[in-house]
Design a protein around this ligand. Structure first.
Ligand SMILES: NC(=O)c1ccc[n+]([C@@H]2O[C@H](COP(=O)([O-])OP(=O)(O)OC[C@H]3O[C@@H](n4cnc5c(N)ncnc54)[C@H](OP(=O)(O)O)[C@@H]3O)[C@@H](O)[C@H]2O)c1
Length: 253
C-alpha cells in the first residue's frame, strides 16, 4: 500500500486527510505536537491501516530530520508528503502585533515546512513517478487583506517554493502542488485568536465555510491523479466567499 506523511494531523485538514487516506487503505505517518490527539487517531485508524505517529514540532529541524531518517521499511516507499502544519496568529493590524507572533508564523509556516520537505525529499525521490508533495498554502498567499501581514506572506512563500521545487524536481517524477483554501472551519480561528471560541464561532456563523473533509477530498484527489499530471496550484473557496472592493482612504466630507 502507498504511504502518506501528514504534518499537523492532530486537527482540521490534517486529521480529516488521515481519515480520507485511511479509507482508501493508505499507510499513514502522522505528526503533530499534541501526543494525546495522535494517540486517539492512532487507536481509531490502526485497526484498519498501518499507522505510525510521531510527536513532532516542525520547527525543530534536528528532530524532523532524525524522525524522517528512521522511517521503518514497512512505511516505504513514501508516496505523498502533505505539508499541512501551520497557523495564523494576531488578526489585528501589523502595527499592533507582537513580534513574537510574526516569528512563530515564520518559524512554523516557512521554516517548519522547509524542514519537513528537506527531510522527506530523499524518500520521495526514491519513489519517483507518482510521488507528490502537497503544500497547504492559502488564498491569503495571493490576496491581501487587513490583518493578513505575515500569515499571508508566509503562504506566498509556499506558493513560490512549490513552483521552484517543481523546476528542480523536473525529471524525477515527483509532483508539487500549492493547495490554497479559502475560509474553512477548523481550529484555525481558535488558534489565531489564542483560544477565543466566541470569535471563532462568530466568524463561521451564518455562512457556509469549507469543512476539513472538503480539503481532505482535494488532497486525496491530488495524490491519486495519473502520474503524468501535476496541478501546480489549486485554489478553493466556499461559494459564499469572494473578494471585496479596494479600500479607499478619503478626506472627511
Ligand atoms: N482553516 C482555514 O481557513 C485555512 C485556510 C487556508 C489555509 N489553511 C492552512 O491549512 C493548514 C491546516 O490548518 P487547519 O485549518 O486544519 O488548522 P488547525 O485545525 O488549527 O490545524 C493545524 C495543525 O497544524 C499543527 N501545527 C501547528 N503548529 C505546529 C508545529 N509547530 N509543529 C507541528 N505541527 C504544528 C497542529 O498540531 P499541534 O498543535 O498538535 O502541533 C494542527 O494539527 C495550515 O497550514 C493553515 O495555514 C487553513
Amino acid at each position: 500500500m502507498p504511504s502518506v506523511l501528514i504534518t499537523g494531523a492532530t486537527s482540521g485538514f490534517g486529521k480529516a486527510a488521515a481519515r480520507r487516506f485511511a479509507k482508501a487503505g493508505w499507510s499513514l505517518i502522522l505528526t503533530g505536537r499534541r501526543e494525546e490527539r495522535l494517540a486517539e487517531l492512532e487507536s481509531e485508524l490502526a485497526p484498519h491501516v498501518t499507522v505510525l505517529t510521531i510527536p513532532l514540532d516542525v520547527r525543530d529541524s534536528d528532530a524532523v530530520s532524525q524522525a524522517l531518517s528512521q522511517l521503518p521499511d514497512t512505511l516505504l516507499p513514501l508516496t505523498c508528503l502533505i505539508n499541512n502544519a501551520g497557523l495564523a496568529l494576531a488578526p489585528e493590524p501589523a502595527q499592533k502585533v507582537a513580534l513574537e507572533d510574526w516569528h512563530t508564523m515564520i518559524d512554523t509556516n516557512i521554516t517548519g515546512l522547509v524542514n519537513v520537505t528537506h527531510a522527506a525529499m530523499p524518500h520521495l525521490l526514491a519513489t519517483g513517478k507518482g510521488a507528490s508533495i502537497l503544500n497547504l498554502g492559502s488564498v491569503a498567499g495571493q490576496w491581501p487583506y487587513p490583518g493578513g501581514h505575515v500569515y499571508g506572506a508566509s503562504k506566498a512563500f509556499i506558493q513560490q517554493f512549490s513552483y521552484n521545487l517543481r523546476c528542480d524536481l523536473q525529471g524525477t517524477g515527483v509532483r508539487v502542488t500549492d493547495l490554497a483554501p479559502g475560509m474553512a472551519e477548523t481550529e484555525f480561528t481558535l488558534v489565531r485568536t489564542k483560544g477565543n471560541q466566541a470569535a471563532s464561532d462568530a466568524l463561521y456563523k451564518g455562512t457556509t465555510p469549507l469543512q476539513a473533509e472538503d480539503i481532505a477530498e482535494q488532497l486525496y484527489y491530488l495524490a491519486t491523479l495519473p502520474p503524468h499530471i501535476n496541478i501546480n496550484r489549486l485554489e478553493i473557496m466556499p461559494v459564499r466567499q469572494a473578494w471585496a472592493p479596494f479600500a479607499i482612504d478619503r478626506d472627511p466630507a
